[in-house]
Design a protein around this ligand. Structure first.
Ligand code: VGL
Ligand code: ZN
Length: 202
């Protein structure tokens, strides 16, 4: 068992990001067994859950003439548009049925404000509005984070970059992550994370 200073953060392992889901990540289900196994090693396990109200501004269906995976400029910066996904209380927002959730001490829900998306577990996409996770970790004396989940190039990357910038020691378990990969975005994410000092571990 790892010391209390180490936390496992499991990003968005939800039905909509897995096979048959509204925004299925290729091979997304494959992260479940290694993440379940990782939980054995950690005294502190935190899950995140993408949790959008109906008609969320990141949904392409809210932007006439736009299709999923196109980009728009929001007042907080660039935003990729997505199929409707992870709607609060809906089946697609539930955790993958095989993901162990009992060991989790905290579930961080994010993306719950209609006008702004939140990829990162730490800050919304304006990079300024906090989710509260940093305060929770600091109060509990957590300094080292191991991250895994979906999707490598969006919510995992944004979470890892924010954590590294805020001074946490961050390790990404790549065998327990999968990406969406839009125009090379997984390779770009890996380069950005490495540049920021995130350890990429296979
Ligand atoms: C995610 C796109 C939209 C993710 C969430 O979990 O990576 N990606 N919402
Ligand atoms: Zn989302």
């Amino acid at each position: 068992m790892r010391p209390e200073s180490d936390a496992l953060i499991v990003i968005d392992v939800q039905r909509d990001f897995c096979a048959g889901g509204a925004l299925a990540v290729p091979d997304g289900d494959a992260v479940v067994p290694p993440i379940n196994a990782l939980m054995e090693d950690f005294a502190t396990v935190i899950l995140t859950q993408d949790w959008h109200p109906p008609r969320h501004s990141s949904f392409a269906s809210e932007h006439p003439g736009k299709a999923p995976f196109e980009r728009v400029e929001m007042d907080y910066g660039p935003q990729v548009l997505w199929p409707d996904h992870c709607v609060q209380g809906g089946d697609g927002a539930a955790f993958h049925p095989d993901l162990r959730t009992d060991p989790a001490q905290l579930v961080i829900r994010k993306g719950f404000r209609r006008a702004i998306d939140s990829y990162s577990a730490f800050f919304e996409n304006d990079h300024a509005t906090p989710t509260g996770l940093e305060g929770y970790l600091r109060e509990r004396g957590v300094t080292r984070l191991v991250m895994a989940g979906l999707a490598t190039d969006f919510c995992v990357q944004f979470s890892a970059l924010d954590a590294a910038r805020r001074g946490f020691t961050v390790t990404l378990r790549e065998h327990a992550c999968r990406g969406i990969d839009i125009d090379g975005s997984v390779d770009a994410a890996r380069a950005a994370m490495r540049e920021a000092g995130v350890r990429l571990e296979t």
